[in-house]
Design a binder for this molecule. Structure first.
Ligand code: KG4
Ligand code: ZN
Length: 343
């Protein structure tokens, strides 16, 4: 079964064709990064206007690269939230129109569930139940996933998301937008022990929540204390130290979540899961704790539509076909926050 996935929740216009929820036939991501760079952040109004321009060509490119005529699509899946409401609206309206014109079924899926279920696009998919860390620009959450569509929130950030913290740190350090990937780059080979940044809530036993906003303030104070521009080497050391603090918290909270739930499989998903230091430290920690680690493949960490199509397959044609847990066909609205069960 061929599913066309569409993702427009933030500043990536993405479309993909996935076969049977596993085989990615095409995965097209058109990023608006260059357009938003001069504002150092995504401007919602500009994002939705650009989705409007891009959605048709991006979908046509995805069909073309997959070698699939539009009539061969068996069903469609689209992100309904969480995300920027104007951006989501473009994808949802396009998907409804396409589903109606083609006479094919459509499901709306959670952006967060799609990020986590992208782990099933790996060669060795996870086994249920698993603990999932979803870390992106907008979210940092831990879930216990018992089966498809069966999820419980274990903890989340109380303020900034991990990706947001890395992006803000990059801005303070004068690194280009978007920052996370640049923090990753300039940290390579530098000294993560150079500055001791706080690890908020890392030993807090009563909760699996996290907090990253104090870290940003600590960095600002540190830079004010130095009071002069940093050399490139110093920027690398400070970035590596900041990244280490974020990674320490994420690794510790995830391992604790596995411990308290007694779950042996762990998934790490979302844009920040592309971070090389996080991947390496998670691998080390999972090995030491005897856990099976499933890092989402790099191509499917940051926003993409392959994850949407893969998840959509299960709600359209797989074990969740007919389930009322997700909105279907023309009867759906996008939304900014998680309202899909548990996410
Ligand atoms: O999942 P995503 O593409 O979009 C959201 O749903 O938010 O995640 C974007 C976030 C941004 O904060 C970005 O800086 C971060 O993921 N990111 C990274 C890396 N690549 C992307 N953070 C650290 N290291 C990376 N290599
Ligand atoms: Zn995302």
């Amino acid at each position: 079964m061929l599913v066309l996935g569409i993702e427009t929740s933030c500043d990536e216009t993405a479309a993909a064709v996935v076969e049977d929820g596993r085989v990615v036939r095409s995965n097209v991501v058109w990023s608006q990064v260059a357009i938003h760079a001069r504002f150092r952040g995504v401007v919602p109004e500009i994002a939705s206007r650009n989705h409007l321009r891009a959605v048709v060509p991006v979908v046509e490119q995805a069909l073309g690269e997959a070698g699939v005529p539009r009539t061969a699509v068996d069903g469609l899946a689209v992100t309904v939230g969480p995300g920027l409401i104007g951006s989501l609206l473009v994808g949802v309206q396009f998907a409804k129109a396409a589903a109606f014109a083609l006479g094919r079924p459509l499901v709306g899926v959670s952006h967060l569930e799609a990020h986590v279920m992208a782990a099933f696009l790996a060669d060795a998919p996870p086994e249920f139940p698993f603990v999932a860390l979803a870390v992106s620009g907008g979210h940092s959450s831990l879930y216990r996933v018992r089966g498809l569509g069966q999820v419980r929130l274990l903890g989340r950030t109380r303020d900034d998301a991990a990706g947001e913290a890395l992006d803000k740190a990059a801005a303070l350090l004068g690194l280009p937008y978007p920052g996370g990937v640049h923090v990753d780059r300039v940290s390579e080979g530098r000294d993560p022990g150079r500055v001791r940044f706080p690890r908020a809530m890392i030993h807090d036993d009563d909760t699996l929540d996290m907090s990253f906003s104090g870290l940003k303030t600590a960095l600002r104070r540190h830079l004010e204390g130095i009071g002069r521009p940093l050399t490139d080497g110093e920027v690398g050391d400070v970035a590596a130290s900041f990244q280490e603090a974020v990674v320490d918290v994420l690794v510790a909270r995830t391992l604790k979540a596995a411990r308290v739930t007694g779950v042996r499989h762990v998934v790490v998903a979302g844009g920040v899961a592309a971070n090389r230091r996080l991947r390496a430290r998670m691998a080390e920690a999972a090995r030491d704790a005897g856990l099976a680690l499933h890092l989402v493949p790099l191509a499917y960490c940051t926003d993409n539509a392959a994850m949407v199509a893969a998840l959509g397959y299960h709600y359209l044609f797989g074990e969740l076909a007919g389930s009322r847990a997700v909105p279907r066909d023309l009867d759906m609205d996008p939304f900014e926050r998680h309202v899909l069960d548990g996410w």
